[in-house]
Design a protein. Structure first.
Length: 159
């Protein structure tokens, strides 16, 4: 299985980069992983909804260049479906059984994802009704994907 994390912005914090590297290393036993970063747009303080929409559109165009037509695209969105770790594991297993060999998880920038990216997504996934920094969301997502593989392999990790 090929898993891509398509995300906006670069990781600047060393502790987050270290965590991402650790989960990428752990996941290498189970899948091929790529993290594809696109440039983020600077959002001015107190930006209007129109300016924010333009910023999401620019970032969305950059994201769209990485989305493959044959991939199953999962957009992380606050209004998406919430799953337990076991349900995410079951979904990953089901997608594989249905012949999906490429999954692309999409993480937007600080003001979210463009509507065009959300429409392209095969699934919208929410981790919480809370808002998380998009850089931290990479770590959380990778940990949950790793946990899902461990659950599906019946290996100790998930409690």
């Amino acid at each position: 299985m090929q898993i891509d994390i398509v995300c906006v912005g670069k990781i600047k914090e060393r502790y987050l980069a270290d965590a991402i590297g650790e989960y990428a290393k752990r996941l290498s036993r189970y899948c091929r992983l790529s993290v594809l970063e696109v440039a983020d747009e600077k959002t001015p303080d107190h930006a209007s909804e129109g300016v924010e929409r333009q910023i999401r559109a620019k970032e969305g165009e950059r994201i769209a260049k990485h989305l493959k037509s044959d991939a199953f695209v999962v957009a992380l969105a606050i209004d998406g479906k919430m799953l337990s770790s076991e349900e995410l594991a079951a979904n990953l297993a089901q997608w594989g059984l249905r012949g999906v060999s490429h999954i692309q998880f999409v993480i937007g920038g600080s003001i979210g994802l463009d509507d065009a990216v959300l429409r392209r997504a095969d699934m919208k996934l929410s981790f919480s009704k809370m808002t998380f920094p998009h850089q931290l969301m990479r770590v959380i997502l990778l940990e949950q994907v790793y946990r899902a593989y461990k659950i599906n392999a019946h290996e100790p990790y998930h409690k």
